[in-house]
Design a protein around this ligand. Structure first.
Ligand SMILES: Cc1ncc(C[n+]2csc(CCOP(=O)(O)OP(=O)(O)O)c2C)c(N)n1
Ligand SMILES: [Mg+2]
Length: 241
C-alpha cells in the first residue's frame, strides 16, 4: 500500500489560469498544518478533497457522510468552532453547496464565530455536470454562470460571493491565479480572528474539470495526468507560523 500511495500519484502542480481544482488542494496541503480541522460536504470539490487532501489526525476531517446534504459546511464550521474554540476551522465548499445554507453566515457573524471557508468556484453543479456529460452527452440545468456581478478567466461567473459575504458583515477575497492562493489563506486566518467572523477565500477554478471516477475501484477513469513518482515524500507535514 505504501508503495502504491507514493507512486501513480495524480498531478497537482498545475500552473494554469483558470486554476485547476487539483492545484487548490496542493496549496491547502502545503499551507495548513496537522492541527487544522477541515469540514466538507458533497460535490466534485469534496471528491477532489478526498482524493488530494492530506489529513493527519482523527476528528480533523469532518465530512457530512453519505446523505450528502449540500451546504452542510457552513453551519458545521460553526459547530466545530464552538466545540474546539482554540483550533483553526477550515470549510472546503462548492459554489452551489454554499448557496444551500449561506444564510448561516449571518448566524456566525451574529454570534462572532470565526472560521475560514475555501470555495472551489466553477459556477457549476459539477458532480451532476460530469455524469450528465459522460453518460448522456448533455449539459442540462447544471450551469450557474450568468452575465453580471462576477467575472472569471473563462467569462461570466454569476453570483458575487465576496459581496455576499460583505453584505452579511463577513469578509471575502476572490482569487483567480494559483500564486495568489496562499497569501489569501493567510489573510483569511488573520482577518477571521481579528474580526470574529467567517472569511471566504473564493478561488475561481477551471469550469469543466472532471474528477477520476468509476463504477468500481478497479475500473477508475482518469481524466488528468498521473505522475510516475512522488513529487514529495508522502505524509510530510507543512510548518505554518
Ligand atoms: C440538498 C441537496 N440537493 C441536491 C444534492 C445533489 N447534489 C450533490 S453534489 C451537487 C452539486 C454540487 O455543486 P457545487 O457545490 O458547486 O460543487 P461541485 O460539484 O461543482 O464541485 C448536487 C446538486 C445534494 N447532495 N443535496
Ligand atoms: Mg460548483
Amino acid at each position: 500500500m505504501d508503495e502504491l500511495r507514493s507512486t501513480l500519484l495524480r498531478k497537482m502542480d498545475f500552473d494554469n489560469v483558470p486554476v485547476k481544482p487539483q492545484r487548490v488542494f496542493k496549496e491547502i496541503n502545503e499551507f495548513f498544518d496537522e492541527e487544522t480541522i477541515f469540514v466538507t460536504a458533497i460535490g466534485l470539490y469534496q471528491i477532489f478533497s478526498g482524493q488530494f487532501q492530506k489529513t493527519y489526525k482523527p476528528r480533523h476531517y469532518l465530512c457530512c457522510g453519505q446523505a450528502g446534504p449540500l451546504g452542510w459546511e457552513v453551519p458545521a464550521c460553526i459547530g466545530a468552532k464552538l466545540g474546539r474554540p482554540d483550533d483553526l476551522i477550515v470549510g472546503v465548499v462548492g459554489d452551489y453547496s454554499f448557496q444551500f445554507l449561506e444564510e448561516e453566515i449571518a448566524v456566525a457573524v451574529q454570534y462572532k464565530v470565526p472560521y475560514v471557508l475555501i470555495m472551489v468556484n466553477n459556477a457549476y453543479a459539477s458532480l451532476i455536470r460530469q455524469p450528465e456529460a459522460k453518460q448522456y452527452d448533455m449539459n442540462f440545468a447544471v450551469d450557474f454562470s450568468y452575465e453580471g456581478p462576477s467575472e472569471g478567466p473563462e467569462g461570466p461567473m454569476g453570483v458575487d460571493f465576496v459581496t455576499f459575504m460583505e453584505s452579511q458583515g463577513a469578509l471575502g477575497r476572490r482569487v483567480t491565479r494559483p500564486e495568489e492562493i496562499k497569501e489569501a489563506f493567510q489573510w483569511a486566518i488573520e482577518a477571521s480572528e481579528e474580526k470574529g467572523v467567517p472569511v471566504l477565500v473564493e478561488v475561481i477554478v477551471e469550469r469543466e474539470t472532471d474528477a477520476a471516477m468509476g463504477l468500481s475501484i478497479d475500473a477508475i477513469n482518469e481524466f488528468e495526468p498521473v505522475e510516475d513518482e512522488a513529487p514529495e515524500p508522502s505524509g510530510s507535514i507543512p510548518e505554518r507560523d
